[in-house]
Design a protein around this ligand. Sequence first.
Ligand code: ADP
Ligand code: MG
Length: 253
Amino acid sequence: MTDAVVSLESGKKSFGSNQVLKDISLTVNKGDVLAIIGPSGGGKSTLLRCMTLLETLDGGSLAYGDLAVATDAGGRAVYGGKQVLAKAKERFGLVFQNFNLFPHYTVMKNITDPLICVQKMPKEQAEARAVELLAKMGLSGKEAMVPCELSGGQQQRVAIARALAMNPDVLFFDEPTSALDPELTREVLKVIRDLASEHMTMVIVTHEMSFARDVADRIIFMDGGVIVEQGPADQLINNPQHNRTKAFLSNYA
Ligand code: ADP
Ligand code: MG
C-alpha cells in the first residue's frame, strides 16, 4: 500500500542516437508538489511527455496509483492495452507552455468539450463545473469569449481550468509561464500557488526559481537526461550540493 499517485522507475527514452532520458526514477505522492528545474535540452519536457503518454518510453515502468501503464521487461517498456491507457489518461491533466486551447471554441466549450465527449458528463453539469472553475481562476464572465480575446495569462488560466475539470489525481505543468510577461506570469503563478495550498498533487517544470522554492515540497534538478540532484525545495535552492546545480542556479542569482 502506498500513496504514490504516479511513479516512474528507470525511465529511458532516446530519439535516434540521442539518449534523452537515461535512467529516471521518480515517485509523486498524493498532495506532493514537485518542481523540475534544469537547463534547456536536459530532457524535462520529454520526461513529462513520457509520463503523460504523449511519448512512449523505451525502457522502464510507469504506474498511476494501482494502474500499471508500462512494465519493464528486460529493460524494455511494455505498455498495457487501450483500456489501461484510457484509464490512465483520466488520472492526470497537462498544462503546456503555449496554452493549447482550441482557438475556434469559446472558453466554455474548451472546458466542457472533454467533459462531455470523454467523460460523458451531461452538458448542464459540465457547464456548471466550468463556471465554478472559471470563478476559481478569476475568470468569471469570460465564458463566451474565444481564446484570442483573452490575454496570455487568462488563456493559461483557462487551460488550467480545463485540466482541473477532469478532476485529475495529478496535474503536470510544462513551463506554464515561459510564454508570459512578468505581470501575467504572476497571475498564473498565483492560481498554481492556490492549488498547492489546497494540496493538489502537481509536477511543475519551471524556470521560476523563487516560485519553485516557495511552492514545491521537493525539487529535482535535471541535466543531460539524468536527475543530478533532488531534495527539499529550500535545501536544493539555497544549499545545492552538486557543481552542476550550483552553476545552473547561479544564472538566477
Ligand atoms: P527540455 O524540456 O529540458 O528543454 P527536451 O525534453 O525538450 O528538454 O529535449 C531534450 C532533448 O531531446 C533535446 O536534445 C531535444 O532536441 C530532443 N528531443 C525532444 N523531443 C524530440 C523529438 N520529438 N524528436 C527528436 N528529438 C527530440
Ligand atoms: Mg522543455
